[in-house]
Design a protein around this ligand. Structure first.
Ligand code: FES
Length: 98
């Protein structure tokens, strides 16, 4: 099973192959903001890939367009609700729930 390590809390959780970072994180009570409910309609689930980016699904058009509006956009930014996990990855959550 792929493992996702979430920063800054430094917690590693198992994901089902093909599961989104958001779904795997929420299942493990990682407090990732997700204002639109995971429909690629906001940017609150912004995460930054720290290692293992090749393990994620390709960025599709909707995600690319949304990300352009994300605060603190980096070359390694993804939307947690769109990026699907195929292998181990380490990501930093940009917006934590209160
Ligand atoms: S939760 Fe809104 S785009 Fe991911």
């Amino acid at each position: 099973m792929p493992k996702i390590t979430f920063l800054p809390m430094n917690r590693t959780v198992e994901a089902n192959p093909g599961e989104t970072i958001l779904d795997a994180g929420l299942r493990a009570d990682i407090p990732i903001q997700h204002a639109c409910g995971g429909y690629c309609a906001c940017t609150t689930c912004h995460v930054i890939v720290k290692a293992g980016g090749a393990a994620l699904s390709e960025i599709e058009e909707c995600e690319e367009e949304r990300l352009e509006r994300a605060n603190g956009l980096t070359l390694h930014s993804r939307l947690a609700c769109q990026a699907r996990v195929r292998d181990d990855v380490t990501i930093e959550v940009v917006n934590l729930e209160d």
